[in-house]
Design a protein around this ligand. Structure first.
Ligand code: EAX
Length: 326
């Protein structure tokens, strides 16, 4: 009796699933990123998803995983390679470990300002870099932006490298960054983003460095007293997917995905602009002490020997080409 009833219910369930399937064959695209849904990553990803859904007449629909729900950026890139995640909106932090050609763009004090960086990534050299991904089982749909990184910590105001010296700071899993930060005297502690808030709260590390939009969206003001506008490195970001996802798409749908990522980038950059314009005052209101004028010359000077090493690794003329890009 009981068995029969269960069986009947199962039949009804599978029949309705079939009916639904025949009405709309909808493929779910899983998209992940580490900051909160309210962040620039969330704003960009929302546009990506709206455009994909609209452009494919609802044949593709996103499921978003913000807040590092599926892990840190390195883990999510691996998941995209493996096919358990479809798209990741990630900073370049761990990307150089997958696509070494990207490492050069993570050099500290490489880009002067947002205009310089955006022009570079939109230009032929930036676009050329995107072609390096398929060899590693990844497809870069478009560049987007995380922002210029600034230091926060719980100990003291940082104006010059000597103030940063000795501080234990969480960094991304990025050797180019870590080499630079060591030259400032910082003790770099690489850590995946989802662990950062807890590490700051518990005092496992004294500080961290991230762009204003990340500091805001992650509520680091609750666990960090000092913010210094060091702008020591520009942090690009990317919409990464895989051949596994793209090879299933028609030519027209492929175009929709690429165009969606380009529009998403514009929205993400705009949110960076908005957060840069209002976020610093907001963080002050939340209790942070902000050093607006740091000794940029001293920070650049501290990197002199490290730049010699960067030149050996990446070629002095390649670095200069980026610095001089107009
Ligand atoms: O991509 O890990 C980091 O510090 C990144 O800047 C952040 O997750 C946004």
């Amino acid at each position: 009796m009981k068995f029969q009833k269960t069986f009947r219910l199962a039949l009804i369930a599978s029949a309705s699933a079939l009916a639904m399937g025949s009405i709309s064959a909808q493929t779910i695209i899983k998209v992940g990123y580490t900051p909160a849904a309210t962040s620039h990553y969330g704003v960009g990803t929302n546009v990506l998803c709206e455009e994909i859904e609209k452009g494919t007449q609802g044949r593709y629909k996103c499921q978003q995983f913000p807040n590092g729900a599926l892990g840190g950026e390195r883990e999510m890139i691996e998941a995209v390679q493996l096919g358990t995640l479809d798209i990741v909106n990630t900073s370049t932090g761990p990307v150089g470990n997958f696509v070494p050609e990207v490492k050069i763009v993570d050099i500290p004090f490489l880009f002067r300002d947002y205009d310089h960086a955006r022009k570079y990534f939109d230009g032929p050299n930036g676009q050329e870099l995107l072609t390096k991904f398929p060899a590693k089982g990844l497809i870069a749909l478009a560049w987007t932006e995380n922002g210029f990184r600034h230091m926060t910590n719980s100990k003291r105001s940082i104006v010059k490298p000597e103030d940063a010296a000795g501080l234990k700071m969480r960094t991304m899993e990025n050797k180019v960054h870590m080499d630079g930060y060591r030259a400032f005297g910082i003790q770099p502690t690489p850590m995946a983003f989802p662990e950062v808030f807890g590490a700051l709260q518990q005092g496992t590390v004294d500080g961290q460095e991230n762009p204003i939009p990340v500091i805001l969206a992650s509520k680091f003001s609750q666990v960090q007293k000092h913010l210094s506008l060091t702008g020591h490195v520009y942090s690009p970001a990317l919409f990464l997917t895989s051949p596994r996802v793209m090879n299933k798409l028609s030519e027209a749908d492929k175009k929709v995905f690429y165009e969606a990522a380009k529009k998403a980038n514009l929205a993400q950059r705009k949110k960076v602009n908005d957060d840069e314009a209002t976020g610093i005052a907001q963080l002050e209101k939340e209790g942070m002490t902000v050093v607006r004028k740091v000794d940029g010359v001293a920070f650049r000077e501290a990197l002199r020997a490290t730049y010699v090493n960067y030149s050996k690794e990446f070629g002095a003329e390649n670095i200069k080409k980026i610095q001089d890009y107009k």
